[in-house]
Design a protein around this ligand. Structure first.
Ligand code: SIN
Length: 335
C-alpha cells in the first residue's frame, strides 16, 4: 500500500518535472532596466502569456538589469547566435540601432513628437516598415515597439536651472549611442558622452558627467534623481524600444508557434502602453515628493528656444536618414 501511495505521489511529480524541461524552444529575453519599469513589466507579461498559450512548448527566460548582456552587446549576440531552438530577444532603445539602421534615427530627431500619442501614430502606421527596413538582412527581426516615455534632462549644477539652452554651456551629458543625441547636445552648447546604461548612475555620482537625458521611469528606478540637482521637463524626444529577435531563430519557428508568440507580443505591447503611461506620471510624482532633484517645467517660450537651438540637427541628418522619409513622417504627424 505504502509503495503504491509513494508511486502515486512520485509519478505526477516526475511528469511535472518532465513537463518543466520539455520546452521545444527557449527565448532568452535580455534587457537593461529593472523589472518594475514599463519594459520590465511587459517582458514579464510576455513570458507568462507565451508559457500559457504554448502549453510550455516555448519558455521565455527574462534577464533584467543587464544581467545577460548590455544593449550594445545583445544585438551582436542575437545576430551571431546560429541556434534554431534558443533565440535571443531584446528591446533595446531605438537610439541603440544606429550601427544597423540609418532610418530608425528618425525617432531621435529633437521635437519630432509632441507626445507619446504622436509616437503611436507613427508606430501604428505603414511607415513603420520603412523605418525598420533592412534590419532582417542584418540578422535582426523587428517585432514591435514598446514605450517608456518622453525624455527629460537631469543635471547637477551649482546655479539654479534657467531652462534655457545656455544651461548646457560647459556641461557634459551622458547619452546613448545615438549620433543625433550627440549633435543635439553640441547644438545646445554641451559636451556629449556615450555610455552604457549600467554605468550612468556611477558616472553621475562621481561627476564623470554632469547630466543625462531619460524617461521618468529610468530616472526614478535607477535613482539618477538622487545624484542630480534639477530635472528640466523638456520632453525633447522619445525613449522607446524596438523588440527584436534573431531573424534565423524566428524564421525557423513553426508557423503555429510563431503566430502564438506574435499574439502574446501584441497583448504585451498594449499592456506596455498602459504601464508606461502610469510610470510617466507616477514616477515623476515620486521624484517630486522626494528631497533630491527640483523639477522645473518648461514654458512654451522656453520650449521654442530649445527647438530653435536644436533645429540644425534636422538638416545635418536629413540625407543620412532620407529626406523623403522625413517628409512623409512630418506629413503623417500633421507638420
Ligand atoms: C533603457 O531604457 O533601456 C535604457 C535607456 C538608456 O540607455 O538610457
Amino acid at each position: 500500500m505504502k509503495i503504491l501511495l509513494r508511486t502515486l505521489l512520485i509519478v505526477p511529480l516526475a511528469l511535472a518535472a518532465a513537463q518543466a524541461v520539455a520546452a521545444d524552444y527557449t527565448i532568452k529575453f535580455s534587457h537593461v532596466v529593472t523589472p518594475h519599469t514599463p519594459k520590465g513589466q511587459a517582458a514579464d507579461l510576455f513570458a507568462k502569456l507565451v508559457d500559457e498559450r504554448t502549453n510550455g512548448r516555448v519558455k521565455v527566460e527574462v534577464f533584467p538589469n543587464s544581467q545577460l548582456y548590455n544593449d550594445n552587446k545583445v544585438l551582436e549576440a542575437m545576430r551571431l547566435s546560429g541556434s534554431k531552438t534558443t533565440g535571443i530577444m531584446a528591446a533595446p532603445s531605438l537610439s541603440k540601432f544606429v550601427k544597423f539602421s540609418k532610418t530608425l534615427q528618425t525617432f531621435d530627431l529633437p521635437y519630432l513628437f509632441n507626445d507619446v500619442n504622436d509616437v503611436h501614430k507613427l508606430v501604428d502606421s505603414p511607415l513603420m516598415s520603412r523605418l525598420t527596413t533592412g534590419l532582417d538582412k542584418k540578422g535582426l527581426r523587428a517585432l514591435t515597439v514598446w514605450d517608456n516615455g518622453m525624455k527629460v534632462f537631469s543635471i547637477k549644477a551649482d546655479k539654479p536651472l534657467k531652462n534655457v539652452p545656455a544651461d548646457f554651456n560647459g556641461m557634459k551629458f551622458r547619452i546613448q549611442s545615438s549620433n543625433i543625441a550627440a549633435s543635439m547636445i553640441k547644438n545646445l552648447g554641451g559636451t556629449p558622452q556615450k555610455l552604457p546604461f549600467k554605468e550612468v548612475y556611477t558616472a553621475l555620482g562621481q561627476g564623470v558627467v554632469d547630466g543625462q537625458e531619460n524617461a521618468w521611469s529610468n530616472v526614478y528606478s535607477k535613482k539618477f534623481f538622487e545624484v542630480q540637482d534639477y530635472i528640466s521637463v523638456s520632453n525633447h524626444s522619445y525613449l522607446g524600444y524596438l523588440v527584436v529577435v534573431s531573424d534565423e531563430f524566428w524564421s525557423n519557428l513553426p508557423t503555429d508557434i510563431r503566430n502564438t508568440v506574435t499574439a502574446a507580443l501584441q497583448e504585451a505591447t498594449q499592456a506596455n502602453r498602459k504601464y508606461a503611461a502610469a510610470a510617466d506620471s507616477g514616477d515623476r510624482q515620486k521624484i517630486e515628493s522626494d528631497k533630491y532633484a527640483k523639477v522645473v517645467d518648461m514654458t512654451t517660450a522656453e520650449r521654442a528656444a530649445w527647438r530653435k537651438a536644436t533645429a540644425p540637427v534636422w538638416a545635418e541628418f536629413r540625407d543620412e536618414i532620407g529626406g523623403e522619409l522625413i517628409d512623409d513622417v512630418n506629413k503623417l504627424l500633421g507638420r
